[in-house]
Design a protein around this ligand. Structure first.
Ligand SMILES: [Zn+2]
Length: 364
């Protein structure tokens, strides 16, 4: 639920230039496209135009290029998936890639490696879906194909699985070589789906670092409200404002918050600013109505603590332990709630909105 923190100013230029460099092999194929197929853009434009420009083009051309094989072959995401993922990993710390940008609750596992399997066969038969998805060229549909085939007796059986593709099969067969460089460590979602908009399969600002659950949503952009509003809903866009426009809210069952003692005593809802239907679509597309309440314990923790450690109590503590009240407050409720720039952490939005509603002093 937070905006992607790209490098700023001059560093952004370097970031984009390094990204374009990954694809120099494709430039000639792009140059050979007939004018009616190049969107009136340069190769650099297609790769690094901001999300708003991509969305405008998507509206202008609609489904003209839906499934166009010529264009798909100029922007072959699966072949470059490993390189792209590696690029994001290199920038992982600087971009604070930690929680999923869509949901804000799950880690995106930049540093998680794949389990340790004896060989490719064991990997195919035993790896969980998340691990399989870290393999270059793998997507949701291919993971499903593999899971449906299990167990297989030998890796050669994969050659007979329709739709798995050479890249994936080779990766699985090469597993023993364990070339770390070509492993993905998290998933990137194409907000403008590459099947509908093949030009944008490699576009930097169309790629959203996200968790497995958000990436396996059934959402299409058509479910995400009107195309015009997509710039408000893309974490890669300057205009993204879900963070500001959607609030997590607790609704207590009893007459007051004083009666909230366990998870059944309250529920978690969402509250919206303007354009309610647009943001509701977002919450629904990523199934956050069901996923946020699952983490109610984080809210309950704050509710109970804010009751146990009210300001009078904190004053008392300050006197006795001789630690400044601000410090005690941070130790109890979590430091992140009291300083800017922490929105990239999992559950931050949930905790911040609840802490604000509880009027905990000093919360940003
Ligand atoms: Zn997510």
């Amino acid at each position: 639920m937070h905006r992607i923190q790209y490098p700023a100013e001059k560093k952004r230029e370097t970031f984009e230039a390094e990204y374009i460099e990954l694809f120099h092999d494709l430039e000639r194929a792009f140059a050979a496209l007939p004018p009616e197929k190049n969107l009136g853009w340069s190769f650099k434009d297609v790769l690094t135009k901001d999300f708003e420009a991509l969305a405008k083009k998507a509206i202008e051309f609609g489904d003209t290029f839906n499934g166009c094989e010529v264009i798909e072959s100029v922007f072959p995401y699966e072949e470059y998936q490993g390189k792209i993922s590696h690029f994001f990993m290199e920038y992982g710390e600087r971009m604070k890639l930690s929680a999923c940008h869509y949901c804000g609750i799950e880690y995106i596992n930049v540093y998680e490696d794949m389990g340790d399997y004896k060989n490719g066969l064991e990997l195919v038969n035993e790896a969980d879906e998340m691990e399989l998805l870290t393999i270059t060229g793998m997507g949701q549909n291919k993971v499903r194909l593999i899971v449906n085939e299990r167990p297989i007796a030998s890796l050669d059986k994969l050659d007979g699985v329709k739709g798995l593709g050479k890249v994936v099969i080779q990766q699985l067969k090469d597993y023993e070589n364990r070339n770390k460089h070509y492993r993905n460590h998290f998933t990137l979602d194409h907000l403008l789906p590459k099947s509908d908009y093949p030009h944008f399969a490699l576009s930097l600002y169309n790629l959203i670092p996200s968790c497995y659950t958000c990436n396996s949503k059934t959402k299409g952009v058509k479910d995400l409200g009107k195309m015009d509003d997509l710039v408000l809903l893309s974490p890669s866009s300057d205009k993204f404002n879900v963070y500001e426009m959607v609030r997590v809210k607790m609704v207590h069952k009893g007459p007051t918050l004083e009666k909230v003692f366990d998870l059944n005593d309250f529920s978690i809802r969402f509250e919206y600013g303007d354009r309610e239907s647009t943001y509701k679509d977002y919450i629904q597309a990523f199934k956050l109505h069901g996923r946020y309440p699952f983490h109610k314990d984080k809210a309950l923790d704050l509710i109970v603590k804010s009751r146990n450690y009210n300001e009078a109590m904190l004053k008392e503590l300050e006197k006795h332990v001789k630690i400044p009240r601000n410090q005690i407050r941070m130790d109890i409720f979590g430091k992140d709630l009291f300083s800017e720039g922490e929105s990239h952490r999992p559950f931050f939005k949930l905790r911040l909105d609840i802490a604000r509603a509880l009027k905990i002093e000093g919360v940003i």
